[in-house]
Design a protein around this ligand. Structure first.
Ligand code: ZN
Length: 224
């Protein structure tokens, strides 16, 4: 059942994706340089967390940042739209289960996250709050020639702030999704966001953002 206010996945041409809106499964510290910039150890296996479907908003709309819970940081990530159920999927079967690729901002309440981490508490409040997952429209998965060579970039006010490529990931997109599916069944309409390259920082109202998968997709938005 589709709720009226529920976010609906879109294709890049403006048509609706014929899939429900599901959960977002996320990986932390999937680029060594980003782990280092936050003084975090590089994990030995994927560090997983989730955002609920209610965290998703359109990246094409202005991104609302509230100061109620401290600073909000951006993390620009390659987002993968799941098209077929994946449960305990071997790596070789993952690509056939992917429907599209897009861009997500993994918004993070950084101070709150630090407090929760210090106390050994779960991160959900800092990572899964309403609006914490601005998500672009998707291009079809067939546009990807090599999942190990997908670039992602973020410009803020015309300046390049983040630039990465899936080739730099500690866990590549396909093995990562296979690993995730051994813990969490991925359903059609779920999204996997694949970690952020270095260059994260705080969002402020008035910033103009341009997020891109160069050669595939770019989205401009502003922070309000
Ligand atoms: Zn992230």
């Amino acid at each position: 059942m589709k709720g009226e206010s529920l976010y609906q996945h879109q294709w890049f041409d403006g048509s609706q994706v014929d899939l429900p809106t599901g959960k977002v499964v996320c990986v932390g510290r999937n680029y060594a340089e980003h782990a280092q910039e936050l003084n975090n150890p590089v994990p030995t296996e994927p560090l997983l967390f989730m955002k609920p479907a209610s965290s998703i908003v359109s990246l094409e709309q202005p991104v609302v940042v509230k100061a109620d819970f401290g600073s909000v940081h951006y993390e620009t990530e390659i987002a993968v739209l799941i098209g077929k159920k994946l449960a305990g999927a071997p790596e070789g079967e993952v690509a056939a289960g992917i429907s599209g690729v897009g861009i997500a901002l993994d918004l993070t309440l950084r101070e709150l996250q630090s407090t929760l981490k210090e106390k050994g508490h779960p991160w959900e409040k800092a990572k899964g709050f309403d609006g914490s997952c601005p998500l672009s429209a998707f291009v079809p998965a067939e546009c990807i020639v090599d999942w190990q060579d997908v670039p992602v970039q973020l410009h803020i006010n015309g300046k390049l702030r983040q630039s990465g490529n899936s080739s730099q990931m500690l866990n590549g997109i396909l093995p990562l999704i296979a690993y995730i599916s051994t813990f969490f069944t991925l359903e059609p309409g779920d999204v996997v966001i694949t970690g952020t390259p270095a260059g994260v920082g705080q969002l402020e109202p008035g910033m103009q953002l341009k997020a891109a998968l160069p050669g595939l997709l770019d989205v401009s938005t502003e922070i309000v």
